[in-house]
Ligand binder design. Structure first.
Ligand code: AHR
Length: 487
C-alpha cells in the first residue's frame, strides 16, 4: 500500500466554514414534499403538523443548517397566497414543470416555516420573478416578517401565527435564463434591482439577498449580470452546478449501472466545480469586493429509475454519490472564503437525495452518511491542509479538508476516488498536539446502494485512525470516505 504524506497547520486558519455550506434544497417536485416530507396531519405515518417525524429527526441528526424552498423551477410559477389559510379552500394548480400533476397547496408558507423551526434550520425562499409581481414578493416578506399592524401581518395572525418568523435568505428568482422566464441576463439583472428594492427589512429582520446566476459555467452571462447588480444590495450570486456523468443533459446515464469509465467521468465533472467557483469569484470581484457565491443547487443528476415518472427525477444513490458528495464538500470547505452556502439537490426522493421514503419506511442514502460524517466542519475555521498529490485516470485520487471548531477540535475529512488503489495517510499536525482520534469510514462497492430491503448495506463504521508522534495515521481504502475528529 502506498503511503501519502499529509499535513495540517492548526495555526493557519484560512476562512470560516459557514454551516450553510451543508445546506439542502426541497422543491415541489415528484415525491420530495408530498410523501417525502409532508404526509398531512391525518396520516397514519407518525408526524408533527403533517411533517414526518422520521424526516425531522434525520435532518436534525445531520444538523441541517438551511433549507431552500419552494423551488427550483417551481418557484417561478408559485403564488404564495394559494398556499395559506384553510386547507380545504386552498387553490389547486398544475405543476407544469414536474410531471403535470395537481398541486393542492396543502404544504405552504406556514407549514414550511413551522417545519424549519422544528428542524432548527434557516428557511431560504426562492421568490417568483418569472411569473410573479414585485407586489406579490413584497407582500410575502411582509406576511412572514412584519411584527406590527399591516394587511399582511394581520393575514398571518388570522392564519394562526401571531409572531413573525425570521427570514434571512431570499433568492430573487431561480434560473431566470431558463425555466425562470427565459430572460436575457441584462433584463433579469434590471428586474433583480427592481424586485430587491421592495423586499424590505421589517421588525429587525435582515434579508440576505441572492441574485440568480447564469447557466452553470456561462461566465459571459455572469459578467453581464454582475455589471448591472454589482453595486446593488446583493450579498451573493447563485451558482447551480449538476454533475452529469456523460455531460449530456438528454442522455445522462444510469444511477446504478455504469462502467468504470463513466464513474471516473462523474468524478472528473464533480471536481470541475472548484474551477467554476474560482472563475465566478474572479468575475464577481471585478464588480463587488464583498459578494459571495451561493451554490444553490448541486449534486448528481442521472436518468430516472425505470418505471418511475420522468418528471419526478427519482434516482438511486450509490457509493459513487457518496464520493461525489465528499469531493464536493471538501472543495466547498476549501473555497469557504467565497462560498457562503451550498444546497444539495434535493433533500428527499429527488436527484441526489439524503433520504428515500416509501409509506412509513425511510432509507438513509450514502450521501446522507457523508453529511453526517462531515457535520463537525459546520461553523469551524478552515485550516491549511495538504496531501501528497496522486492521480487516478487523469484526475486527483484524494480530496481532503481540515477545520478547527471553537473548542479546538480538528476535523479532517478525506475521499479516495480511486477504484483500485488503497493508501496509507501519514498526516503531521503543526500547532496542535491532539491525543485522541475518533474516526469513521464509509466504503463499499461503488455500485452498491441502500434500499428498502437492505437499508444499511452502506453505513459508516469505526475506522483505524491512530495518534502517532506529531500527527495521525490511517488507511484510506479505495472508494472510501473517512472522517476523523482529533482532540
Ligand atoms: O433540481 C431540479 C431543477 O434543476 C430545479 O428545479 C431547477 O432550478 C434546476 O434546473
Amino acid at each position: 500500500m502506498k503511503t501519502l504524506s499529509a499535513a495540517v497547520n492548526a495555526l493557519d486558519k484560512k476562512s470560516h466554514i459557514n454551516r450553510e455550506i451543508y445546506g439542502h434544497f426541497s422543491e415541489h417536485l415528484g415525491r420530495c414534499i408530498y410523501d417525502g416530507i409532508f404526509v398531512g396531519e391525518n396520516s397514519s405515518i407518525p408526524n408533527t403538523d403533517g411533517v414526518r417525524n422520521d424526516v425531522i429527526e434525520a435532518f436534525r441528526q445531520v444538523r441541517m443548517p438551511v433549507l431552500r424552498w419552494p423551488g427550483g423551477c417551481f418557484a417561478d410559477e408559485y403564488h404564495w397566497r394559494d398556499g395559506i389559510g384553510e386547507k380545504s379552500t386552498r387553490k389547486k394548480m398544475v405543476n407544469t414543470h414536474w410531471g403535470g400533476v395537481t398541486e393542492d397547496n396543502s404544504f405552504g408558507t406556514n407549514e414550511f416555516f413551522n417545519m424549519c423551526e422544528k428542524i432548527g434550520c434557516e428557511p431560504y425562499l426562492a421568490g417568483n420573478v418569472g411569473s410573479g409581481t414585485v407586489e406579490e414578493l413584497a407582500d410575502w416578506i411582509e406576511y412572514i416578517t412584519f411584527d406590527g399592524v399591516s394587511p399582511m401581518a394581520d393575514l398571518r395572525r388570522k392564519n394562526g401565527r401571531e409572531k413573525p418568523w425570521k427570514l434571512k435568505y431570499l433568492g430573487v428568482g431561480n434560473e431566470n435564463w431558463g425555466c425562470g422566464g427565459n430572460m436575457r441576463p441584462e433584463y433579469y439583472a434590471d428586474l433583480y434591482r427592481q424586485y430587491q428594492t421592495y423586499c424590505r427589512n421589517f421588525s429587525g429582520n435582515e434579508l440576505f439577498k441572492i441574485v440568480s446566476g447564469p447557466n452553470g459555467d456561462n461566465y459571459n452571462e455572469l459578467d453581464k449580470i454582475m455589471s448591472i447588480v454589482g453595486d446593488s444590495h446583493a450579498k451573493a450570486v447563485s451558482l447551480h452546478y449538476y454533475t452529469i456523468p456523460s455531460g449530456d443533459f438528454f442522455n445522462k446515464g444510469s444511477a446504478t449501472k455504469f462502467t468504470d469509465e463513466e464513474y471516473y467521468n462523474t468524478i472528473r465533472n464533480a471536481q470541475y466545480i472548484g474551477e467554476v467557483i474560482e472563475k465566478y469569484n474572479a468575475i464577481i470581484r471585478r464588480y463587488n469586493k464583498d459578494m459571495k457565491i451561493s451554490v444553490d443547487e448541486w449534486g448528481c443528476w442521472f436518468d430516472v429509475e425505470e418505471g418511475t415518472n420522468p418528471g419526478f427525477l427519482f434516482q438511486q444513490n450509490t457509493m459513487r454519490d457518496a464520493i461525489v458528495a465528499a469531493v464536493s464538500l471538501n472543495i466547498f470547505n476549501e473555497h469557504s472564503d467565497v462560498v457562503c452556502m451550498a444546497n444539495i439537490a434535493q433533500a428527499v426522493n429527488v436527484l441526489q437525495c439524503l433520504l428515500m421514503t416509501e409509506g412509513d419506511k425511510l432509507v438513509k442514502t450514502p450521501t446522507y452518511h457523508v453529511f453526517d460524517m462531515f457535520k463537525t466542519h459546520q461553523d469551524s475555521e478552515l485550516l491549511y491542509s495538504f496531501t501528497e498529490k496522486t492521480e487516478t485516470n487523469g484526475i486527483p485520487a484524494v480530496y481532503q479538508s481540515a477545520s478547527m471548531d471553537k473548542d479546538g477540535k480538528i476535523t479532517l475529512t478525506y475521499a479516495n476516488a480511486s477504484l483500485d488503489e488503497d493508501f496509507e495517510i501519514k498526516c503531521s499536525i503543526v500547532g496542535a498536539a491532539p491525543t485522541k482520534a475518533e474516526s469513521l469510514i464509509l466504503t463499499g462497492d461503488v455500485r452498491s446502494f441502500n434500499d428498502f430491503d437492505s437499508p444499511e448495506k452502506l453505513k459508516p463504521a469505526e475506522h483505524n485512525a491512530e495518534i502517532i508522534h506529531g500527527g495521525v495515521k490511517f488507511t484510506l481504502p479505495k472508494c472510501s470516505v473517512v472522517s476523523i475528529v482529533l482532540s
